[in-house]
Ligand binder design. Structure first.
Ligand code: CO8
Length: 258
């Protein structure tokens, strides 16, 4: 499918999706989110794709939801259309791993979109924030919920109430991002991480993603039981036999996703 607001490339088992509204610092409007949902669905369905990388530009991952688009909307409008919800929920159903590669601004809905990915690799230029309070609104796609779980109440309150930006170093310290790299190395690092994941057994990769995500939805006891049962079930796969045999034979495993 031809897209206008994103650029999609599939190469070496990795689907790279670039947000592409440079004039608006990749602000998220309905078209972009519909196209992103479509690209994510295609990546999920494409058997060649084993990992997805979502990125923006050097200046901005995304500077938030499109303020120009939202400014004329009424309560009735946003409530009735359930603004952005159907589009963004598609991404949560993707079972393949999604890495966010963030340089520059990841603000408001941009920070929330990055948090919907499985992990975030940040350039040293990255700036995260939930500045919606400056617009007389608040976060609506996870900025008060996911962010609080990721960085704790105190910092989440600080970010959401003052609207201040957090640089990459602070974001790593707080646990929002998994690693920080020089901006020039961002894509190399993100694609390298995706390539590493692409080498693994897809069944195991999807099981890990499901189990980690479960930890946010359930009690510790239930989560541990879920983890243990999924661990047990992986012994039904050929890839478990191959992975353990390869270790003992001191060779690389050849996983076949079954
Ligand atoms: N929406 C629309 N246009 C934007 C946005 C945005 N969020 N951010 C930047 N732009 C546009 C600017 O208007 C400007 O366009 P133009 O040249 O036509 O005037 C262009 O991008 C470049 O921006 P600036 O000139 O402002 O660039 P600077 O380098 O001076 O500043 C900043 C960069 C600091 C990122 C600044 O642009 C900024 O503060 N942007 C807004 C950040 C913001 O408030 N984001 C939160 C938006 S609200 C939100 O995300 C809610 C999400 C929840 C949705 C929930 C649904 C359920």
């Amino acid at each position: 499918m031809a897209y206008e607001t994103i650029i999609v490339d599939v190469e070496d088992h990795i689907c790279l999706i670039r947000l592409n509204r440079p004039d608006a610092l990749n602000a998220l409007n309905s078209q972009l989110l519909v196209e992103l949902a479509q690209a994510m669905t295609e990546a999920q369905e494409n058997e060649r794709v084993r990992c997805i990388v979502l990125t923006g530009s050097e200046k901005a991952f995304a500077a938030g939801a499109d303020i120009k688009m939202m400014s004329e909307k009424s309560f009735t409008d946003v409530f009735t259309e359930d603004l952005f919800t159907p589009e963004t929920e598609t991404m949560l159903r993707v079972r393949k791993p999604i890495i966010a590669a963030v340089a520059g601004y990841a603000l408001g809905g941009g920070c929330e979109l990055a948090m919907q990915c499985d992990f975030i690799i940040a350039a040293d230029t990255a700036k995260f924030g939930q500045p919606e309070i400056n617009l007389g609104v608040m976060a609506g796609l996870g900025g008060t919920q996911r962010l609080t779980r990721y960085i704790g109440k105190s910092k989440a309150m600080d970010m959401n109430l003052t609207g201040r930006f957090m640089d990459a170093e602070e974001a790593e310290r707080a646990g929002l991002v998994s690693r920080v790299v020089p901006a020039k190395k961002l894509m190399e690092e993100a694609m390298g991480a995706a390539a590493k994941i692409a080498e693994k057994s897809m069944i195991t990769v999807m099981a890990v993603k499901e189990a980690v995500n479960r930890s946010y939805e359930t009690t510790l006891r239930e989560g541990l039981l879920f983890e243990r049962r999924v661990f047990h079930s992986l012994f039904a796969t050929e890839d478990q036999k191959e992975g353990m045999a390869a270790f003992m034979e001191k060779r690389e495993a050849q996983f076949r996703d079954r």
